[in-house]
Design a protein around this ligand. Structure first.
Ligand SMILES: Nc1ncnc2c1ncn2[C@@H]1O[C@H](COP(=O)(O)OP(=O)(O)OP(=O)(O)O)[C@@H](O)[C@H]1O
Ligand SMILES: O=c1ccn([C@@H]2O[C@H](COP(=O)(O)O)[C@@H](O)[C@H]2O)c(=O)[nH]1
Length: 232
């Protein structure tokens, strides 16, 4: 079984706590030992936002800011890699999907961050899942799924237990047309479009408890949103 797991920086490194990274590493190792072939994509989290904020104040342009974000996601990926058993994980961080696919043939686990400017690691996760023909894609993020409004802003926001890929694309695009790019879902528009075209089975769950990822993948039990292919 081939699986891509997107681990948001907001849940891997809400602060720089080795114990928390270790918890995620334990989950990844037990999944790999259960026979999963895992592509792990790590986000930037608050550290990326701090760097991007400071560099914006210093006059960096958007492309330069994205590159700083990519560097931070790769730094976080290295942190997770440092905690993983070297017999299970590829020793370096792939910088593109081809490298990641090659590494996944050799090793049980591959960890990476961003690849190119103008997107987020949500899109990297979806594109990697598509590129390696993954069976499943999991987004471990700081909210328990996709809601009809930002649950951190609207107390009446309701969660989708299931949402069709096309509906998700529309939901996110509506947010963009309101001038709040990417603000109305925990995954970005490009990721939603890739999920739609590839028809991959994807779920969004609360990764603040790392063991939720293990339960979802080993027992099929999760509290979150399933993104289902159109018309299924
Ligand atoms: N409709 C929505 N449903 C769920 N979450 C939403 C929605 N709209 C906005 N959000 C926001 O999406 C965010 C998703 O988590 P977050 O930005 O922390 O991303 P991450 O991918 O886990 O980590 P990071 O981007 O920090 O690497 C939450 O902060 C939540 O408030
Ligand atoms: O492929 C990528 C991945 C990331 N970025 C930039 O990094 C930040 C942080 O990534 P998150 O996934 O949001 O944690 C993102 O906002 C982009 O600025 C990128 O350009 N390309």
């Amino acid at each position: 079984m081939k699986t891509v797991v997107s681990i948001g920086g907001s849940v891997l490194v809400p602060d720089l706590d080795a114990g928390r990274v270790e918890e995620f590493a334990d989950v990844v190792e037990s999944l790999a030992e259960a026979g999963q072939n895992l592509g792990i994509v790590v986000g930037g989290g608050p550290v990326a936002r701090q760097y991007i904020g400071a560099a914006r104040d210093l006059g960096a342009n958007e492309g330069e800011l994205d590159q700083l974000g990519i560097d931070t996601t790769r730094l976080n990926a290295r942190l997770l890699l440092a905690a993983l058993d070297e017999d299970l994980a590829a020793p370096s961080i792939p910088e593109n999907y081809e490298q990641a696919a090659e590494a996944l043939h050799r090793d049980s686990v591959v960890v990476m961050g961003g690849v190119v400017p103008a997107q987020t690691t949500d899109a990297v996760s979806a594109a990697l899942a598509e590129y390696v023909d993954a069976d499943r894609l999991v987004f471990a993020t700081s909210v328990p799924g996709v809601f009809d409004a930002d649950p951190n802003e609207d107390p009446d926001a309701e969660r989708y237990d299931e949402i069709e890929a096309s509906e998700l694309v529309d939901l996110i695009a509506r947010g963009e047309s309101l001038g709040s790019a990417g603000s109305n879902a925990p995954i970005d528009l490009l990721a939603a479009k890739v999920i739609k075209r590839s028809g991959i089975d994807a779920i969004v769950l609360d990764g603040t408890d790392p063991s939720a990822v293990e339960r979802a993948l080993l027992d099929g039990e999760f509290d979150g949103t399933r993104i289902v292919p159109d018309g299924v």
